[in-house]
Design a protein around this ligand. Structure first.
Ligand SMILES: NC(=O)C1=CN([C@@H]2O[C@H](COP(=O)(O)OP(=O)(O)OC[C@H]3O[C@@H](n4cnc5c(N)ncnc54)[C@H](OP(=O)(O)O)[C@@H]3O)[C@@H](O)[C@H]2O)[C@@H](O)CC1
Ligand SMILES: Nc1ncnc2c1ncn2[C@@H]1O[C@H](COP(=O)(O)OP(=O)(O)O)[C@@H](O)[C@H]1O
Ligand SMILES: [K+]
Length: 475
């Protein structure tokens, strides 16, 4: 996993390390990494036109020192100071290296930005409040108008670093270079979408447990329940699936496709006879009717046929339960739901919490955590980036999907797959994490940059799993 820490955690780790190192060491490490990343992006340094947008703090200092390094290697570097205050030693370093300094009032700044190869956003970093001041917004807009790529120093200025929210104007970066550890805004939308690819420069920080972790290829290999010589169909896990209705029979076929593509040894289907017939026609290996299971997946396409009392009974039983779509209506905030995994999209989470969908979309991390705490369940909030919040406060994200996955039935595949992982014995947090990541990987294969259907995603899950399990990933 990749890990993100809060500003407070970063500041504390930085203070610990700085006490043991000569002054300025960390900023030099950060600036060197930034300069190298910019050179790599441009493909050349000599003669490159680089404009630095410099705010009042150390984020501007990083930009100035990186600019000085680039200037020493032959780049034409111009700094635009957006505040009366700026990092003095950084300005001295850039000037000594032959860089130019423009105050905000300079009439030449617009032309410098318009003709730049790259603009460096050193306006604000972890010390910033959300939003851009009008003068910063104006210079950023010149870069946007002239298609000049922007590299964000630490994070795109204007985003909310610890929540990933973007309540006001902010920079949209071609890429971001961050230091020491990832920050929450790199992982959580909508801010994550403004970061572009994020390069992490190690500056030697020693960090506590992360606030948010991002799932990677290696996590699948580490945690997937691969069967072994002693396994049989029962020990691999049996999933009970309640999905589909006379109104939505297809949801059952799609959800069972997702479930069978996961690690379980057997799938029991419970639902109306005509739907069971359709499910068995698609997958003759499915067993219809009651029996022992290791986990339940309930909800996709149930419509009005949800039996709330029966589901509530299962919620209080020992076996873990996944609740999706209509099944979420059975969730209440009483009782111990520690083994429950809820998989809402933003609209469903909004209904559960009694807020507007737009509020959930703007504050995804906050609402996923809120629901996990209120209902004592693990919440998987679907979207371009999937946010998974456990009741103990752990948060993970998965962001390997493709926008082509936004298609009817894709959520049913995910519910089946995550249910399958639950039945195979993973915790709700791991089942959600691996399920979301494999779903995203399968969608990439199914899409190949083009349209896909939910059933095609389900069909690609075994191949995605095989590729991820076989890959030789060090450490
Ligand atoms: N920590 C680490 O490990 C390392 C950190 N490093 C670097 O330091 C950066 C943090 O630097 P920092 O603490 O000086 O804060 P920073 O983000 O530059 O902001 C400072 C000032 O900006 C202002 N301001 C606030 N909001 C604003 C807005 N929306 N628009 C305009 N202005 C705004 C506000 O001043 P005010 O307006 O209140 O006078 C605030 O005091 C960090 O991101 C990284 O790049 C690396 O060098 C090495 C390792
Ligand atoms: N823009 C996007 N980029 C990537 N994945 C997305 C995007 N929008 C939605 N998804 C994913 O597509 C799936 C849609 O699920 P859901 O909204 O439940 O659809 P349905 O109810 O039709 O099955 C989820 O896994 C979600 O994370
Ligand atoms: K920045």
């Amino acid at each position: 996993m990749r890990h993100a820490h809060t500003v407070e955690q970063v500041r504390a780790a930085e203070a610990d390390l700085m006490a043991r190192l000569p002054e300025g060491t960390l900023m030099q490490r950060a600036a060197s990494g930034l300069a190298v990343a910019i050179s790599n992006y441009l493909g050349h340094t000599y003669g490159a036109r680089v404009v630095l947008l410099v705010g009042s703090g150390d984020n501007g200092g990083d930009a100035l020192y990186a600019g000085a390094q680039l200037a020493r290697r032959g780049a034409q570097v111009t700094a635009i100071l957006l505040s009366d205050k700026a990092h003095d030693a950084g300005i001295a370093a850039l000037t000594a290296a032959g860089g130019r300094i423009h105050p905000l009032a300079s009439s030449a700044k617009g032309a410098a930005i318009a003709s730049a190869d790259i603009v460096v956003d050193g306006i604000v970093g972890i010390g910033g409040r959300p939003g851009l001041k009008p003068e910063a917004q104006a210079v950023v807009q010149v870069a946007v108008d002239h298609d000049v790529p922007i590299v964000a120093v630490d994070m795109p200025s204007g985003v909310d670093v610890d929540s990933g929210e973007t309540p006001a104007e902010h920079v949209k970066a071609a890429f971001t270079v961050t230091f020491g550890t990832h920050k929450i805004c790199h992982f959580v939308d909508p801010a994550a979408a403004a970061c572009g690819p994020v390069h992490l420069i190690d500056i030697g920080l020693e960090l506590p447990a992360p606030a948010v972790s991002a799932i990677q290829d290696a996590d699948i290999r580490e945690r997937y329940p691969v069967p072994h010589g002693e396994s049989d169909k029962y020990s691999r896990g049996v999933l009970g699936l309640m999905a589909g209705s006379s109104q939505y029979p297809g949801a059952a076929v799609i959800a069972t496709s997702g479930a069978l593509a996961g690690p379980i040894g057997m799938l029991r289907y419970l639902g109306p006879d005509e739907v069971a017939t359709a499910v068995r026609a698609a997958h003759p290996e499915i067993v219809a009717g009651e029996g022992r299971v290791q986990a339940w997946a309930i909800g996709s396409g149930l419509g009005d046929e949800l039996e709330v009392d029966k589901v509530r009974e299962l919620l209080n039983a020992e076996e873990p339960v996944l609740l999706d779509a209509d099944g979420l209506k059975a969730l209440d905030d009483s009782g111990d739901h520690i083994g429950v995994l809820a998989t809402p999209h933003a609209g469903e989470l909004a209904r559960l919490l009694g807020v507007e969908r737009s509020t959930v979309e703007a504050e995804r991390l906050k609402h996923a955590k809120l629901a996990a705490e209120r209902f004592d369940v693990t919440v998987l909030l679907k979207g371009a980036t999937t946010v998974i919040a456990a009741p103990d406060g752990q948060v993970r994200v998965s962001s390997n999907a493709t926008p082509w996955l936004a298609t009817a039935g894709a959520g049913d595949v995910l519910a089946g797959l995550c249910g399958s992982l639950l039945a195979a014995g993973l915790t709700p947090l791991d089942a959600a994490s691996l399920g979301a990541y494999l779903h995203g990987a399968a969608a990439q294969l199914a899409s190949a940059s083009g349209p896909l259907t939910a059933m095609q995603v389900a069909k690609k899950i075994p191949e995605a799993t095989r590729l991820l399990l076989d890959q030789d990933i060090p450490g």
